[in-house]
Design a binder for this molecule. Structure first.
Ligand code: NAD
Length: 641
């Protein structure tokens, strides 16, 4: 993969030529597969005449996840061997299959169940083939069986994946390549595959998806910490608070086979919390993802208590109680008293100062932030917050732990909102301010979903609850409103009218069951409030909406980077793609900025700064790092600390 985009990628001999050469050999070639055959490895196996594998082998063509399609014959050989349906499924989803499925679908000729002596068994298999005069079996000589396919097979397939692949370029190219395998002779199919592969490889989407792939791996590296530092053993975990987050976080640990205890204030709260966990598993079991026996196995790993003295032998505690500093500090003081030396004390806080929380203990080195995203058992991101005194081995343990519970860990400094919620703030501000200036919630949503976000801001806040931010603003009072009383005016008024969003059936939209429709009263309200606050209402272009929301993420991201809250721009991109529904095919806000050019972002910010009067002057100053890199014609990727 690291050869993509370099001269090595086109150096002779090219992989497809090598495989064609192998396939043309008059001597049968056997692939013996004792592990992962993914991407090029899978394509190599497909170019052989026979395939034998051990039970732990896996087969897959994950190229689509990197914004490309298989480019060494995979799209032409797999349909010939496994049939169109399986091939299409594998190539378009990028998901691997196991050896038994591969055998059932004609990809494998022989499966070795015994776990030892695989090579010996494979050599015996080869000898038997030779003894039986086995012929060469080139895929090139096979035709794709299409006679059983319905006429609308490809169209129906396109429709079935449309929602999932919306905005992505490579899946459609993969479908076209497989269509080619059905309609064209082998060699022409290979040429089509090459054309489509090159097309994908040169697209911004491929650059974006490959950036994310490498960023995910780079996120584990922390400057100035020796990665060989021994980490702490985590065999027993406790979660404080069995609410929305506590239950989901507990699931992550019991899914990984780690004994977990949930503590809450009352038996009723615990019963409700554990009930939600069980229900989540039952839903998964109904969908066939886990068995009933697995539910019991996992629930047996989950204990509950109201008594802190039960946590004495816990290796890691994650606090997920109400977002209130006094309550959190009390919890941490108690944990300090009851937990054994060396236990890691973590908080799931979204915004509060981790150092202040740590100050409630006598061991701030053991305190760290482990910020999960809702729903915690589903979302891939884990923001790991490094306090000013967090010990190196605690940080490394947290990074390792993220992998154990199948999350992607990103380290953030201890700044308000950490990486994600901090850069969300100016984006959210602009989304609402644009409505005050005359855009409709539906227009704002559409611009953002057309860009590729899972949800626009008005819909997102309707889902999360408009009241949450309102309560924070009310608590801050004058300090908050003195900066700009207008931009939160609509949200405040909606809350005063008890329109909190989906939970009250009305917010920026009106909800009836699962349907939502536009609420004309919101626009009337916006007009009234705009007048009251001296804000000019006008027609707003989609481009302005895009620049004032997405470019705000970029500008604040630059600030986060410059302050050292984040180590590298890729970390911010991972946070946004895995925690906030930013489209992977854009690679995150910082990668998107690198793609369109930093000067484009600076110019747009300056334009709005000039046209929005005092408001523009207050909020649209380009971040110094953004300006500097743009002036040097550099990108965020070039910035390292
Ligand atoms: P919640 O209100 O659903 O649950 C909080 C639970 O903590 C309740 O069950 C309550 O009984 C219990 N609790 C309160 N005080 C306690 C104490 N002193 N000891 C033991 N238990 C106590 O809250 P939530 O949404 O799960 O949020 C928990 C934390 O996670 C907050 O810090 C929040 O900011 C953070 N967070 C929430 C989300 C989200 O989307 N809900 C996302 C990320 C982070």
């Amino acid at each position: 993969m690291s050869e993509f985009g370099s001269p090595l990628a086109t150096a002779e001999p090219m992989l497809p030529d090598l495989f064609n050469h192998l396939e043309a050999s008059c001597k049968p070639v056997i692939a013996a597969i004792n592990g992962l055959a993914l991407g090029g490895g899978c394509e190599l196996a497909l170019a052989c005449d026979y395939r034998i594998a051990s039970v732990n082998a896996k087969f897959g063509l994950p190229e689509v996840k990197l914004g490309v399609i298989p480019g060494a014959g995979g799209t032409q050989r797999l349909p010939r061997l496994a049939g169109v349906e399986i091939a299409l499924q594998m190539i378009v989803s990028g998901e691997p299959i196991d050896a038994e499925q591969a055998l059932a679908n004609g990809i494998l000729d022989s499966l070795v169940v015994a776990k030892n002596n695989f090579l010996e068994v494979a050599v015996d298999y080869a000898k038997t083939l030779v003894a039986n005069g086995a012929p060469v079996l080139s895929c090139a000589d096979l035709n794709v069986g299409t006679h059983t396919l319905p006429d609308d097979f490809f169209d129906a397939f396109r429709k079935s994946i449309a929602r999932k692949t919306h905005g992505f370029y490579a899946p459609e190219c993969a479908i076209k390549a497989v269509e080619g395998a059905c309609e064209m002779p082998f060699n022409e199919g290979l040429s089509l595959e090459k054309e489509l592969f090159t097309d994908c490889l040169n697209s911004p989407q491929a650059r974006a998806q490959q950036h994310l792939f490498f960023a995910e791996r780079a996120a584990n590296k922390i400057p100035a910490i020796d990665s060989k530092t021994p980490t702490r053993k985590i065999n027993k975990v406790a979660i404080i608070g069995s609410g929305t987050m506590g239950g989901g976080i507990a699931m992550n640990f019991i899914n990984a086979g780690i004994e977990t205890t949930i503590l809450d204030l009352s038996a009723e709260a615990l019963e409700r919390g554990l009930g939600v966990v069980r229900k989540n598993y039952e839903i998964s079991a109904k969908k066939g993802r886990i068995t009933d026996a697995q539910i019991e196995e996992r629930m047996n790993l989950l204990k509950s208590t109201c008594d802190y003295s039960d946590l004495g032998d816990t290796d890691l505690v994650i606090e997920a109680v109400f977002e209130n500093m006094d309550i959190k500090k009390k919890v941490f003081t108690t944990l300090d008293e009851v937990c054994k030396p060396g236990a890691i004390l973590a908080s799931n806080t979204s915004t509060l100062d981790l150092d202040e929380i740590a100050s409630a203990t006598s061991r701030p080195g053991d305190v760290i932030g482990l910020h999960s995203f809702s729903p915690a058992n589903v979302m891939k991101l884990l923001e790991i917050v490094r306090g000013s005194e967090t010990a190196d081995d605690v940080l490394l343990t947290a990074i390792q732990l993220a992998k154990t519970i199948k999350k992607v860990g990103v380290v953030s400094g201890n700044s308000w909102g950490f990486i994600g919620n901090r850069i969300l703030e100016p984006y959210a501000r602009e989304a609402v301010r644009l409505i005050l200036e005359g855009a409709s919630p539906a227009q704002v949503d559409k611009v953002l979903t057309d860009f590729g976000l899972a949800m626009g801001f008005p819909s997102m806040i309707d889902l999360a609850g408009i009241d949450i931010g309102y309560l924070v603003r009310q608590a801050e009072g004058e300090k908050y409103y003195s900066r700009d009383p207008a931009y939160s005016a609509i949200c405040d008024r909606l809350c005063e009218l008890e329109r909190y969003g989906q939970k009250t059936g009305r917010g920026f939209y009106i909800y009836e069951g699962r349907d939502k429709k536009e609420d004309p009263e919101v626009m009337e309200l916006a007009a009234e409030l705009a007048k009251q606050h001296g804000v000019n209402q006008r027609d707003i272009s989609d481009q302005e909406i895009l620049e004032r929301t997405i470019y705000m993420l970029i500008n604040e991201g630059a600030q986060v980077l410059e302050e050292g809250v984040s180590y590298r721009s890729g970390d911010i991109d991972i946070v946004y793609c895995y925690g906030y529904g930013f489209p992977a095919h854009r690679g995150g806000p910082m990668q998107y900025a690198d793609e369109i050019g930093l000067q484009t972002v600076v110019d747009a910010l300056e334009k709005h700064r000039g046209s929005l009067g005092e408001y523009g002057e207050e909020w649209f100053k380009p971040a110094p790092l953004l300006k500097k890199l743009a002036a040097e014609e550099k990108s965020f990727k070039d910035f390292t600390r």
